[in-house]
Design a binder for this molecule. Structure first.
Ligand code: FES
Length: 381
């Protein structure tokens, strides 16, 4: 066990060396004295410095060291938990006993990442507070470039700083910090490796408009509803008008859909004005209602640029405008992009009607969308 200096204001150093010590004098000093000399040369006055554990290896020091190591170990565990959760949990994962639409996959990853970063921070703070020397300094700025003496003194300062951290002799902390740092560095790799292990399948190709015989019987056509679950009838929409609609599937019934559920499904039904006709894209001429001479057409409300709701309808020009980056889609050209950054048409939903119990006609989706909804890697132009 060795004793180290404590409570050593360096006034005597200034008395001993009124000017800067020479390189020879510096080389003859202990690193700590040279560090003080360096501080003084930079007009940094160490007014108070006390080693928290002047006697090394005491029980108190070991306890403090274990506390810091515990924080780093928790961080490392959270990091490995993140990697395991990313790879092993399905994206629909929910806590046992909670409804399946309460998905916790993303919160679980976020929580583990937060714990990892939090405990690395806590470990650092505890290390500085519990183990490193207390120090109070007053510092003035000085001019550059540095002299040889400055360089030697800076080197000495760094050496003493390294000694202060205790890194060379605190192997427990070093190992746990290395573990936590390793886990943190692995996180960006997880997305790359995980993407190879977890393939998204066809989930991005479906919405809740996908027919479901289990829920709706017959052909399984999904009813089209307003946000308050009322069914949408062709009579509800004036010529030249539009309305926002959704698939009539409650989220608790959505498990069998294997799709990106309600977030992908907002849709606009537009009623054309008399005499207006949509120049449909290949294979989509019959997607409106009635199929032979469509008066109603339905497009995804999700902008193909970056996913904002493209729902500002300019009736005179029959354009749909996206407020985010001003993309415009020409409804009479099957919602083709004609201005702004969007480069892909809004996908079109095949519309149909069925007669309800009250004898009125109500819209249904004849099938799911035939194209992928929204932006992302689907942008191929
Ligand atoms: S999100 Fe619609 S234009 Fe950018």
């Amino acid at each position: 066990m060795t004793e180290s200096k404590q409570d050593t204001p360096r006034d005597e150093h200034r008395e001993q060396y009124p000017d800067q010590p020479s390189p020879e004098e510096l080389r003859a000093m202990t690193p700590e004295d040279a560090m003080y000399a360096g501080a003084e040369a930079d007009d940094i006055h160490i007014v108070h410095r006390r080693n928290r554990f002047p006697i090394r290896g005491t029980k108190a020091e070991k306890r403090a060291e274990r506390g810091v190591a515990a924080a780093f170990a928790i961080s490392a565990l959270a990091g490995f938990g993140f990697i395991v959760a990313f790879i092993a949990l399905p994206y629909k994962w929910h806590l046992p006993g909670t409804p399946q639409n309460f998905r916790f996959y993303t919160p679980a990853l976020g929580g583990l990442l937060a714990i990892m970063l939090l405990f690395i921070g806590i470990g650092m703070v505890l290390w500085a507070k519990w183990l490193m020397p207390e120090e109070e300094v007053v510092q003035d700025r000085h001019d550059v470039p540095s002299s040889d003496q400055d360089k030697i003194m800076t080197e000495a300062t760094l050496l003493v700083g390294l000694e202060d951290t205790g890194l060379p002799r605190r192997s427990l902390i070093l190992r746990t910090l290395g573990l936590a740092g390793g886990a943190l560095a692995t996180v960006p790799l997880v997305a790359i490796v995980g993407a190879m292990l977890k393939r998204p399948g066809t989930q991005l190709l479906h919405t809740m408009f996908r027919p479901n015989k289990k829920l709706f019987g017959g052909q399984g056509l999904v009813p089209i509803v307003y946000s308050d679950w009322r069914r949408v009838s062709p009579d509800d929409i004036e010529p030249g008008g539009l309305t926002t609609v959704f698939p009539g599937v409650r989220t608790e019934d959505a498990d069998g859909y294997d799709g990106v559920t309600s977030a992908s499904s907002p849709t606009l039904i537009i009623r054309l004005r008399p005499g207006q006709k949509v120049k449909a894209r290949k294979g989509q001429a019959s997607f409106g209602w009635p199929p032979e001479a469509p008066e109603f057409v339905a497009f995804s409300k999700i902008c193909t640029h970056a996913g904002c709701p493209a729902s500002l309808y300019e009736q005179q020009t029959s354009r749909l405008l996206c407020p985010c980056h001003q993309s415009q889609f020409d409804v009479l050209r099957d919602a083709a992009p004609i201005f702004g950054p969007a480069s892909r048409s809004l996908p079109k939903l095949p519309l149909g009607v069925e007669v309800g119990e009250d004898g009125r006609q109500y819209f249904v989706a004849r099938s799911d969308y035939k194209e992928a909804i929204g932006p992302g890697f689907w942008e191929r132009a």
